[in-house]
Every structure is written in C-alpha cells, then in structure tokens.
Design a binder for this molecule. Structure first.
Ligand code: FES
Length: 354
C-alpha cells in the first residue's frame, strides 16, 4: 500500500492499486486494522471478508466506511455518515492561509492557472468562431492539458444551426439558457434550460431555436475539432431512444447538506462520460480528489476554488478544469448557494472522492 493510502481516514475510501489476477479479502466487519483489507479480526463474529479477484491492473477506491452498497468499492455513501458534507477543518484552512490568489490572465476574462494544471476560465466572446447563428469556442482542450475530455461553449441566436458533429466520439450537451429543439441525426427532442443531452458517436446534431441559447458541449475522448456539415448524413441510433434528461429536484441525490443529480449517464447509454448538476451551500468543502478528469461550469452563485498552494475566484459562467487526482476544494461564498454542472471521465458517481 502506498504512503498516499496510509493517510486515508475511515470515513473516506482507500486508493489501492489492484494487480490483475490477484485475490483480495475486503474487510466487512469494520474491525480490521489493515483497512480496507481483512486482518482476521472478524473471527468470532458472523461476518466474513468479501474475497474478490482483480480482472485487470487498476487503481480503485475501496470502501473503508462499510456503508457502501457496492462493496468492495466506494459508492459515495461515506458522504452521508455525517449531517454535514466534509467541510474544511480549521487546520486545513490554516494550512492554506498563505495560498496565492491567481487573477485571470486577461483582465476580467481568461484563465487563472492554479495548481497541477487545474484552472478557472472566464470565456471571452472575442475568442468565438462563427458558423451561421452559432458562436462557439473551446474552453477545455488538449492545449490546456486535458487528456480525456474537451469542452466547447456554444451561443446560439434565433434560427437553425448548421449540422454539427464531433466525429466518432461521445458528445454530452448541457443547456444553460434558452429553449429549442435538438435534432439528433433526424430525430427531434424538445429541450430547455437545465437539460442534459447525449449524442452518440457517429451522429450529427443541429439546434433550432426562436430565442438565444447557451450550451456547453463536452466531448470524450478529447476532440477539439467541431465539424460543420453541409447536411446530415448520419442515422439516429434507435437502439438508444432516450437522450434527454432534465434536472428534477425531486429525484436528486441528497448528500448531507447538498445535492446532486446525474443527468447524462449509463441510463441513456453514456458509458464513458457522466454529467451531473449539483448544489453547494454556503460552505468550504474539505480538500479531496477524484480518479476522473472533470469539467465544471458555474450555473449560479460565486465563491473560490482552492487547490492547495493557489486559489481563484469563481462565478456565474466560469469554467473549471480539474485533472484527475488534483486536490481541490470548492468554497461557496454566496448565501444563496452555488449551482454547478459537472462532466467527467471515466464515468461513475460525483460522490466518490478521496
Ligand atoms: S468509503 Fe465507504 S462508501 Fe466511500
């Protein structure tokens, strides 16, 4: 087990590098002193360790809190063991009191590059390209250090956009503002604000609107080139009829004093990418990391993004890029809370962190 693993507390998962073909015994009795694995302490109880064999070399997060419903893997249940989501401790806040504030590199616009290649970007309309009624720009791309996913911001005025395609990859859209119709390779869906949409590899799409729309397009694997087509030559993949998922507070997952709802994920056939919408109360989260690469868009509210030695302000319309395993903490300083849309690869649950 690495030094990193020794630091993990019992209300957080443990990062373990599994070795293909090796068998592991995951503790279920909570008494092992060699968490997350069995040390024989269950003897005399009715409990037994869960023995499993790794089918590949893989870094995974194994549950140590034993509240998971997906043992031996963490499913995020540790976040609900307390009434409050894990907040930054006084010691943690003190340890970052000398963190350096990073402003945007072009006045009120541009990038604030924080630790480990993470950044906060305020997109500048001057960087838009235009295709008909569509103005678009990459906000996360390979040139920014992303390796798994890219993100475009699209702004549409009244009309019908050209046919668009990210060739051969998954496209996950999020409607920030406006209403309209999305035509995915010949099949139309009505869409509105706070809606996620999944376009499968090989399909093209266009947007028809009688108002203004702002849309973010996450693309995975990473592809920064948006192809503008003269016409649709693709066929809608009817084996996956459901493509649109609207935000619905009634079905959101409560995570202590905050909530999130997965929009585009495996339920609509998106096996690589997960998209979610989340609400953060006035608070400062404890530093944590994910095994995935993540893009976040601030939908309302404001606050700060801390990454250890540096921090940047975040506000409505900003984009945040987080490389996988980059420690980070979102602080909401808006008494009305902060809402954000996140999208990440590989797919999973946004509640799984370490
Ligand atoms: S550590 Fe148990 S669910 Fe995450």
């Amino acid at each position: 087990m690495s030094d990193e693993n020794k630091e993990v507390a019992l209300n957080k998962p443990c990062l373990v590098s599994l070795v293909e073909g090796k068998k592991y015994a995951w503790c279920t009795c909570k008494q092992s002193k060699t968490q997350p694995f069995c040390d024989g302490s269950h003897k005399g109880t009715d409990l037994k360790p869960l023995v499993f064999k790794a089918d590949k070399d893989e870094d995974v997060l194994l549950c140590t809190c034993k509240a998971t419903a997906s043992g031996p893997y963490c499913d995020g249940a540790h976040n609900n063991l307390e009434d409050e989501y894990a907040e930054a401790s006084a010691e943690e806040v003190e340890s970052m009191k000398n963190s350096v504030f990073v402003p945007r590199d072009h006045g009120e616009f541009g990038k604030a590059l924080i630790d480990g290649g993470a950044y906060v970007l305020s997109p500048d309309d001057a960087n838009n390209k235009t295709a008909g009624n569509l103005n678009y720009q990459p906000v996360i791309a390979e040139v920014d250090g992303a390796t798994k996913l890219s993100l475009h911001r699209m702004v549409l005025s009244r009309g019908t956009s050209p046919w668009l395609q990210y060739k051969g990859v998954d496209t996950v859209l999020y409607i920030v503002d406006g209403t309209g119709t999305i035509d995915i390779a010949g099949k139309e869906f009505q869409v509105a604000k706070e809606t996620g949409i999944y376009v499968r590899p090989g399909e093209a799409f266009r947007i028809i609107t009688d108002n203004n729309m702002t849309i973010f397009a996450a693309v995975c694997p990473m592809l920064t080139d948006l192809t503008i087509l003269d016409d649709n030559t693709a066929t809608f993949q009817a084996d996956y009829p459901e493509r649109v998922v609207a935000f619905d507070l009634a079905t959101a997952n409560v995570m202590a004093n905050r909530f999130y709802q997965e929009l585009v994920d495996k339920k609509v056939g998106s096996n690589e990418v997960t998209q979610f919408i989340g609400e953060v109360p006035l608070s400062r989260a404890a530093m944590h990391r994910h095994l995935y690469e993540e893009a976040i868009v601030i939908l309302h509210g404001f606050g700060r993004m801390w990454t250890g030695k540096k921090w940047a302000e975040v506000k409505l319309g900003d984009v945040i890029f987080l490389p996988h395993r980059q420690g980070h903490s979102v602080e909401c300083t808006d008494k009305n809370g902060m809402r954000l849309m996140g999208v990440f690869y590989p797919s999973g649950s946004p509640a799984i962190n370490y």
